[in-house]
Design a protein around this ligand. Structure first.
Ligand code: CTP
Ligand code: CA
Length: 229
């Protein structure tokens, strides 16, 4: 199974990967966002392509280029990402690797705010965004749904426990758990992930994002093996 991600294990399968971080407008020139570069999702799209899948990358404000041979759908906001994912929910594999803004700005302005209109101590009010992964999990589907969980939890057992709770709450089939900090998990550094299903940890991989992505895709391919394409 070592070579599964490199030898057509996903031939004939459709894979949709969301990547990057959504941005929520404050006004036409300002946004609330996050530090996600999209590198992990892009690496997954690349690994899925190398395994023979037809891949769509739904990219939210990517800091890295999309891989060759992959269809790129660009989005900016969570609402746009949600729309793009719901349209493609019937794919054989759907991966939510994007860092979705949990909140959007309430009453975003259509015109640029000026200091005159905003005053000396403005406040930005936020409201909850829809949970795209949970929504995808609630749809009737035959495909495999993979979520991500970024946690800052330092204790290992507690980290996995948090991941299991998140997987159960979301209703996805697999959850890729990674620990993040100020320089862990974001950007081109070493990554360690655990892949969880409802029964526990099914894979553990660390290294460069490309090799971690291959391990995740191997895991996905194993799950799909035995189901018809
Ligand atoms: N996610 C999503 N829609 C949201 C928030 C998150 O689809 N509005 C997805 C992410 O793409 C990821 C998974 O849910 O695959 C977990 O994201 P995470 O931020 O770890 O979980 P949250 O449920 O947002 O919990 P937290 O309050 O810890 O941020
Ligand atoms: Ca979140």
């Amino acid at each position: 199974l070592e070579a599964a991600g490199r030898s057509g294990a996903l031939a004939g399968r459709s894979v949709v990967v969301s990547a990057g971080g959504t941005r929520e407008p404050i006004d036409p020139v300002r946004f609330v966002g996050n530090r996600s570069s999209g590198a992990m999702g892009v690496a997954l799209a690349s690994a899925a392509r190398a395994a023979g899948a037809t891949v769509t990358l739904v990219g939210a404000n990517l800091h890295v280029p999309a891989p060759a041979g992959v269809e790129l759908v660009e989005v900016e906001t969570t609402a746009q990402l949600r729309e793009a994912m719901l349209e493609r929910a019937s794919a054989d594999v759907v991966v939510m690797a994007a860092a979705v803004a949990d909140y959007r700005v309430r009453g975003a302005a259509d015109e640029k705010r000026s200091k005159e209109s905003w005053g000396d101590a403005p406040t930005i009010e936020l409201e909850l965004n829809p949970d795209i992964l949970a929504e995808l999990a609630g749809l009737p589907r035959d495909g495999l749904l993979v979520g991500f969980g970024a946690e800052t939890e330092a204790d290992d057992a507690a980290l996995v426990e948090r991941g299991r709770a998140k997987l159960a709450r979301k209703g996805a089939d697999l959850l890729v758990l990674n620990r993040v900090g100020h320089d862990e998990g974001f950007g081109p550094v070493e990554t360690r992930v655990r892949v969880l299903d409802a029964d526990g940890v099914v894979a553990d991989a660390s290294g460069a994002k490309a090799s971690v992505a291959r391990a995740i895709i191997d895991c996905v391919a194993q799950r799909l093996a035995g189901t018809t394409s």
